[in-house]
Design a protein around this ligand. Structure first.
Ligand SMILES: [Cu+2]
Length: 464
């Protein structure tokens, strides 16, 4: 009897466009309360001035490095506001190229998303532009250009946007580490050849100098008895990091800005370009020094930074902020598939190789038209079939999603994402309820793949 009923449910669920049966969980109802539909602009107006320009700074090992920078520094200034505040950024472009600013992970009005031609005209050299939005979510976000990203981000244009909670948890210290890698030549300067055939055919440009906040000698000095919030961002063009905190008690409390359902032990987390990870560190055992490493390729670990611990006090106890509502969506894989994207490469195009989504290489933002329409406020399940052997961290603008499965095997990640790494030949399923109308970009965050065509637009429209 049970078996017959289950079969019927599956048949009903497989019919395209159907509603969930009444005895099955409704993913939209399960989603309710995850994050707000609208901003609550009840705070202050915070105005920032940003200028992008060529400059020279003491970076990496302290030598003078020619970079492109926001306000003369790499990483750029951290823009910090509190939830409810409105962000206004007066931006001036002193670069020798057009540019824009994209607010990665922030649910902004579509016109503020920084996608050239699609949401705004590119900002010409010498010109200025103002961005203004009220963040809907607290968390760790970042900003970077969306024009010739594989060159502009590589040259140093990125910074953090931190949106504090209305009542921030009482961490003794709040630290941000931006991970990046630089491809330096014999002259110890940035190799000025971008989108090379090698980088295009592989996993983008991987550098030969890995830095944390622009330096190879980053050390965090803390005392036992501290509870530290450590925010990690991967700002690299292509490199993936698997951070290892050297045995420190580290819990994941937020991914891609949003809090997790519960604090999670830091197991092997693949921090792909664009991803953020907020960690809760309980500092114990003074008088020691730990090395933080990257283990993406387990047999070739990379040193990232050091944590030096003094003192002997016990760590403060307070409730973790990681208690977000995240739907289980446990029957999601039996819901109809909204669309299946196929990711692949072929010869051709201006760069000699094109990265494609459904056999289309993005032909420039001037010609951007949505490849898929999603209904605002409704559930969608998207599948990505990676027909290539390379890595593709797929990033969606304007919405969060939840990873549902890898190669058809259900996974319950107790958190949302805005970027997920797809391995070679892998198929993943994601679920989402888009809340913000507009034309949103979806692209690979290996910037060389994006430049070579792996970008498209998703339109979120009110359902008819
Ligand atoms: Cu890719």
């Amino acid at each position: 009897m049970t078996h017959v009923r289950w079969t019927l449910v599956l048949l009903i669920a497989a019919a395209p466009g159907c509603r969930p049966a009444p005895d099955r969980p409704d993913p939209v109802r399960e989603f309710a309360g995850s994050y707000p539909e609208a901003a609550t602009p009840d705070g202050a107006l915070k105005t920032f001035e940003l200028t992008a320009a060529e400059t020279e700074v003491a970076l990496i090992d302290g030598g003078a490095l020619k970079v492109w920078a926001y306000n003369g520094q790499v990483p750029g200034p951290t823009l910090r506001v509190r939830l409810g505040d409105t962000v206004r950024v007066r931006f001036t472009n002193r670069l020798p190229q057009e540019t824009t600013i994209h607010w990665h992970g922030v649910r902004v009005p579509n016109a503020m998303d920084g996608v050239p031609h699609a949401t705004q005209p590119p900002i010409r050299p010498g010109a200025s532009s103002t961005y203004e939005f009220t963040p809907k979510d607290a968390g760790t976000f970042w900003f970077h250009p969306h024009v010739r990203s594989s060159e502009q981000i590589e040259r140093g244009l990125y910074g953090l946007l931190i949106v504090d909670d209305r009542a921030p948890p009482p961490y003794t210290r709040d630290v941000a580490w931006i991970l990046d890698d630089w491809l330096l030549g014999a002259d110890r300067q940035i190799v000025p050849h971008f989108n090379t055939p090698h980088d295009l055919m592989h996993d983008g440009r991987w550098g030969n100098a890995i830095t944390v906040n622009g330096r190879t000698d980053t050390a965090l000095k803390v005392a036992a008895g501290e509870r530290v919030r450590l925010r990690l961002l991967n700002a690299s063009n292509g490199r993936i990091y698997v951070p290892d905190l050297g045995g420190l008690d580290a819990k994941i409390i937020a991914v891609d800005g949003l809090y997790t359902r519960a604090p999670l032990p830091l197991a092997r987390f693949e921090l792909a370009p664009g991803n953020r990870l907020d960690l809760d560190l309980a500092i114990t055992g003074g008088g020691r020094s730990l090395v933080v490493t990257d283990h993406f390729i387990p047999q070739r670990p990379n040193r990232l930074a050091e944590i030096e611990i003094d003192g002997t006090a016990a760590t403060p106890s307070f409730a973790s902020p990681a208690k977000a509502h995240v739907p289980a969506w446990s029957s999601a894989l039996s819901m109809p598939l909204t669309h299946e994207f196929r990711l692949d490469a072929r010869r051709g195009g201006a760069l000699g190789i094109e990265w494609t989504i459904d056999d289309q290489a993005f032909a420039g933002h001037e010609h951007a038209h949505p490849s898929l329409v999603l209904a605002r406020g409704r559930w969608s399940r998207l599948r990505f079939v990676n027909a290539s052997a390379r890595l593709h961290p797929i990033h969606l603008h304007g919405m969060f999603f939840k990873l549902l499965a890898r190669d058809g095997i259900a996974v319950d990640e107790p958190f949302f994402r805005d970027t997920v790494l797809i391995h070679g030949r892998e198929t993943i399923d994601i679920g989402l309820v888009p809340l913000d109308a507009g034309d949103w970009m979806m692209h690979c965050h290996i910037l060389e793949h994006a430049e070579a065509g792996m970008m498209t637009m998703l339109a979120v429209r009110d359902p008819a």
